[in-house]
Design a protein around this ligand. Sequence first.
Ligand code: HEM
Length: 472
Amino acid sequence: MDLVTEVADRAARRLIRWETEAVRRHTPELPPGPLAPERAQLLSFLLTPGPFLRACRERYGKVVTIRVPGLPPIVQFSDPDAVREVFATGDDVMHAGEANAVLEPFLGAYSVLVLDGARHRSQRRLLLPPFRGDRMRAYGEAMRDITASAIAKWPRAPGGGARFVLQRETQAITLDVILRTVFGMEDGADQDRMRALLARALRILDNPLYIVRTFQKDYGPLSPWGRFLRLRKEIFHEMDALVTRRRREGLGDDILSMLLEATHEDGTPMSSEEIHDELLTLLVAGHETTATGITWALHRLSIHPDVLTRVQAELDERLGKGPIDPDRVRELPYLDAVCKETLRIHPVIPGIGRVLQKPTVVGGHALPAGVAVGCSIYLVHSDPDTWPDPERFDPTRFLDKKPTPYTYFPFGGGLRRCIGEAFALYEMRIVLATILRELEPVAAVTHVREQRRNITITPAGGLPIRMQPRGM
Ligand code: HEM
């Protein structure tokens, strides 16, 4: 463990022992948890998520109550049996949209992520068909071609070329993939304009403070939040122009076209507000997450040469020479296992939440209505009771073996399981296969820390890396 992580671990342990009487008196009926001021708990979780969660597990075991400002107390479980109960519970009892409410100012009131009950089900029903496994074929070539033209510009040299920030590059790839496959945008001025607007809006949101309501105040076009709101309006304007063009010139193979054709159960089409909010949701939920998964996978391949050699041998054996045939990435079980093991050891999203609508027993604990129940992906994936030697990166854990949906759930579960799971895993395989046919990642830093960025846990500094041509 490097020095910075050690210091962060120590600080988190101290924080967990810091107790304030006020909080203890506030919710005596909940399972025990850190009693430090709510702001301190939030800061510790945002700045050092790993050490905070590990310290909670060390002191309280597999259930802990965490308190952060602006949210109800979160009773967080990291026991697979409790996770099973949460995923099996209906949306009359547990609301995920309410737990995701902090996202509403960014994504809008129609976003599938922030809705609950019948409205959520109706929106999800419209979004699911374009993400079914059998639709992936339509997106594969775009994923491959976008990756190939992006990596053509990456520096490379035997032993490792110039250092660059990998997350920035993978994010550019996944953003373009969404623009092409979801928005149906081809290269050109429209795509450049949309990409520039989105990049500016997302840069403002990179600051974790804007998750906190206090900072979501519009003090005019010069204030960060005011700038974000104005950019959002411009983005919606571009989306409307795109929809008008699509309707005039004919629908295509993209996800927007499918949404324009879809109807609610009463036969009405999606409104333009619904289209805006869902497009933004797919973009935000789908591009940084997948880019982070790809970045972590390349980090692991850069420090586990035996795994890299095996991936490349599989690519040569199964796909032969020439450009990758996206249809055939399904025939790469070892690369698939590398992606899954990466998402186990580095879950991109550390946990999921649901708000209780009525008193409920979860994991043997009677909990009152109004509290949030969390399932810690981070802690379940690193639990030695389920995953022997959990710190060891070992893709063979996933070869011919399938973990249960309660011991491995990087994409959440139950009624709210990630819509983009098949899309993300397909994209990870195609992007990695395209890169690794040509290049080998070479580690450029000795220690890589985890850092909270928006809703994800990414490598600190975006992972500086070098590349060398294959086989050097
Ligand atoms: C490695 C990449 C990804 C990871 C790790 C990931 C993870 C997750 C997680 C943990 C949830 C919450 C599930 C729950 O509450 O139980 C979620 C929800 C969601 N994800 Fe993903 N995701 C990824 C990629 C994508 C992609 C590519 C898309 C679409 C383009 C997408 C769209 C969504 C949507 C729309 C939801 C909300 C589902 C609902 O509330 O019904 N995600 N994702």
